[in-house]
Design a protein around this ligand. Structure first.
Ligand code: ATP
Length: 357
């Protein structure tokens, strides 16, 4: 069987007292696009630099395509790793034209010009070989940087926040393009971002990092709906933790009743994680909840609703569901997927709900 594209184990890097990367274990498969996501300072760039070889870890091992690059008695410098890099600031050589930049890492040979043409075609810049970097837009420069990284057919491509210098419109266009280009090239890639939307859009899997540790490595849907930790739950979007109590076979909340997870004891108090799209509201003069805010988001309204207990939660409704601020509503859980509950700080899955109470 083919070894994984990347395998790292116990990777750790400390700067003084800061554990920038701690005990990271990660496996990437060939052709996979993994997004490394986390807030500023969580260690994303350091982990990328450890993989690229710009930093030496304090401990841990790294193998690419089964070849050990870092480990006890092993160290391969960046130029021997066959890893392509795309940086935030493009890092093109300003005195070289597009062909010069793209051809930089390619050995001189009869197929060099053909490979330059091929990768420029892949990134949609055919015909721009003679342009200088300052004659290109930000988006075009980033495509040149990607073409340069893909030129030598690297085992892995690392992209460090490549869209952060681009405006919103270009950013969403380019992320569609980057995904297509990496797929067409059959590349294995790690893409670093602090943007949840980029992560969910791009990643075959998403690795969420916090304080140097990987909190969860999973499919985007699972990261969003079944977070492994409270940090992941809250980092991926609005999340409320609704108090709940085990009564008989049910888990009773203010927004309805859920099935009881098997391992919870009678009377146990837990919290159910609820996102705005898990809560439905309908106008009801006898309803005990009140709309306190309504924010128009184009296709949706985001409502803030005060429950009888005084707790405020969010509910995402279609744009035609108009409830005035101050109106009484009936609010209920309607998730359409298994919810999670927090038991003594640990998150676990609640079985699927059969129907509304
Ligand atoms: P950002 O999204 O802001 O780029 P990041 O997730 O990439 O952040 P890192 O740049 O990897 O985070 O930094 C992780 C931690 O390590 C931070 O606390 C940072 O201050 C620290 N750090 C990084 N590089 C060094 C260094 N060369 N010397 C000292 N501390 C460092």
């Amino acid at each position: 069987m083919k070894p994984p594209a990347i395998r790292c184990f116990g990777l750790t890097k400390q700067y003084g007292t800061v554990e920038a990367v701690y005990d990271v274990e990660l496996t990437l498969y060939h052709g996979e696009l993994l997004v490394l996501l986390g807030p500023s300072g969580c260690g994303k760039t350091t982990l990328l630099r450890l993989i690229a070889g710009f930093e030496q870890p304090d401990r841990g091992t790294l193998a690419v395509g089964g070849r050990v690059l870092v480990g006890p008695g092993a160290w391969q410098p960046p130029e021997r790793r066959n890893i392509g890099m795309v940086f935030q600031e493009y890092a093109l050589f300003p005195h070289m034209d597009v062909a010069g930049n793209v051809g930089y890492g390619l050995s001189r040979g009869h197929d060099r010009a053909a490979r330059i043409r091929e990768v420029l075609e892949l990134v949609g810049l055919e015909g721009l070989e003679r342009r200088m970097p300052h004659e290109l837009s930000g988006g075009e420069q980033q495509r040149v940087a990607l073409a340069r990284a893909l030129g030598p057919r690297p085992d892995v491509v690392l992209l460090d926040e490549p869209f952060s210098n681009l405006d919103m419109g270009l950013r969403s266009h380019l992320r569609t393009e980057v995904r297509r280009i990496l797929r067409e090239a059959g590349a294995t890639a790690i893409f670093v971002t602090h943007d949840q939307e980029d992560a969910m859009y791009l990643g075959d899997r998403v690795a969420v990092m916090h304080h140097g540790r990987l909190q969860q490595v999973d499919a985007p849907e699972r990261i969003y709906h079944q977070p492994a930790t409270r940090f992941v739950a809250e980092f991926m979007g609005l999340a409320h933790f609704l108090p709940a109590r085990v009564e008989g076979d049910a888990l009773v909340t203010e927004l309805g009743v859920l099935p009881r997870p098997a391992d919870l004891a009678q009377g146990e108090l837990v919290e159910v994680m609820v996102r705005p799209d898990d809560v439905t509201i309908r106008a009801d003069a006898a309803g005990e909840s009140t709309v306190v805010e309504r924010v128009f988001q184009g296709a949706h309204y985001l409502y803030t609703v005060r429950l009888p207990s005084g707790m405020e939660i969010h509910s995402l409704q279609q744009h035609y569901a108009k409830h005035p601020v101050g109106s009484a509503v009936y609010a209920r859980l309607d998730p359409g997927h298994a919810l999670m509950c927090s038991v003594h700080g640990e998150l676990q899955t609640i079985p699927l709900m059969d129907s509304e109470p």
